[in-house]
Design a protein around this ligand. Structure first.
Ligand SMILES: *Cc1c(COP(=O)(O)O)cnc(C)c1O
Length: 397
């Protein structure tokens, strides 16, 4: 793949007629290094956020060795792309055939569950294997998150005792996991959920080997600027340390969004302007599902060679399909003189952007270019070591 210097460079040199996904492997690698050095435990990448093989390879190269997969297709994809990766099948409701293939063909040992039926299924499908790592998923609140994951999965506290005790019997290692919802805006979400883990452990009196705090770590978007990730990590670490578990118990997390949001952005062209509505060439059925259906605001910038003096104004977008629902309300702030033929970069689409792309109405065929410039926003920019200067003496603390 040809590497471009910047998003602007792609717009000016290619003048693409179709949308282009701009990838920034360096940004995903930086996020992966951040989690592997600062999270006080193990980080599993949640593949559903962005299953691109190139991204999987980038994360692996940056030290991510464990992957949270949720379907047999994701199991096969990661097994094919990264044969040495460790896969954890963290969907609490799986097909028995999927469990069997994952265990016997791909070496998967870690499975999550939230019911006795699922436990029976796992035991049956693996022929009562002696080396299972079973993670019981607890239902927890999503009140601090922008996207709820609270109603579909997770066992109620009242049912956890029976399930934990039964899973303990079937498992070599027993874990408890949860998901606080995506884009959790406060570390308190995790502290609250870990309190629930404590209650479950005390009530069931079982030995727990793994506490998995799931995903939900935020990225940064206009109007949704979270506290620094280190605040999350230290709050989780404190809460984990206070649990009634053995010293050898492991702490895991499953970031999706936080590892890949900065990985890609989208280069689109304005095909028509009507008042403050811009008709662009990607939309709700492309990489902008969350912008259309959740009202998510992504950062935008106009890409023109010449400097722009116009004031910023608020715009909404229509995507290219013939469907009225292909509409992104924004508001997206752009120079007031934006017009047909202009190129716009829409940032922070690496998580749940391309992963949900369709080819509805003949749009959405993806083309990709790699760029070297910074993502439009970052939670990690401060993290790289400053360039070394030989004349600076490091003071000992
Ligand atoms: C979706 C999902 C994740 C990733 O969530 P993010 O909010 O993207 O971090 C992690 N674990 C499970 C079980 C999930 O379903």
């Amino acid at each position: 793949m040809y590497k471009h210097h910047s998003a602007l460079g792609v717009a000016l040199s290619l003048k693409p007629a179709a949308p282009v996904t701009l990838i920034r492997p360096q940004a995903a690698a930086r996020a992966a290094r951040y989690f592997s050095t600062k999270f006080p435990g193990r980080s599993l990448y949640a593949v559903k956020a962005n299953p691109s093989p190139a991204l999987l390879e980038t994360l692996w190269a940056a030290g991510t060795t464990h992957f949270d997969v949720a379907s047999i297709a994701e199991v096969r994809l990661v097994a094919r792309t990264l044969p040495r990766a460790k896969l954890c099948f963290m969907h609490p409701v799986k097909a028995e055939e999927a469990i069997r293939e994952a265990y016997f063909k791909h070496g998967v040992r870690t499975f999550s569950l939230d019911s006795m039926e699922e436990l029976d299924k796992i035991v049956r499908a693996t022929q009562a294997a002696p080396d299972l790592e079973l993670c019981v998923r607890l239902r927890v609140s999503s009140e601090h998150s922008k996207l709820s994951l609270a109603s579909k999965f997770g066992c109620e506290l009242g049912d956890a005792r029976e399930l934990l005790q039964a899973a303990r019997q079937a498992a070599d290692a027993l874990g408890i996991c949860f998901h606080v919802g995506s884009q959790a805006m406060s570390p308190h979400a995790y502290v609250q959920a870990i309190e629930r883990v404590r209650a479950a452990i005390v009530d069931a009196s079982v030995t727990v080997d793994i506490v998995d705090v799931g995903g939900g770590f935020p990225s940064t978007y206009p109007g949704m600027e979270p506290p620094p990730l280190e605040h999350y990590f230290s709050a989780i670490h404190r809460a984990f340390e206070s649990l009634p578990i053995s010293y050898s118990a492991e702490l895991w997390c499953e970031p999706g969004r936080a590892l890949c949001a900065e990985y890609s952005s989208l280069l689109v062209r304005v095909e028509k302007r009507r008042g403050n509505e811009l008709f662009i060439n990607d939309g709700a059925y492309g990489a902008l599902f969350d912008a259309a259906h959740l009202g998510w605001r992504f950062p935008v910038q106009l890409l023109r060679a010449e400097a722009n003096e116009a004031d910023q104004d608020a715009f909404s977008f229509y995507g290219p399909t013939c469907d009225d629902m292909d509409h992104m309300a924004g508001p997206f702030m752009l120079p007031a003189d934006v017009r047909a033929g202009d190129y716009i970069e829409i940032g922070m689409l690496g998580a749940y952007g391309n992963a949900m792309r369709t080819e509805f109405n003949g749009f959405g065929v993806e083309s990709i270019a790699q760029v070297a410039d910074e993502p439009m926003a970052s939670l990690y920019r401060e993290e790289e070591p400053a360039p070394r200067r030989s004349n600076v003496v490091q003071l000992r603390r």
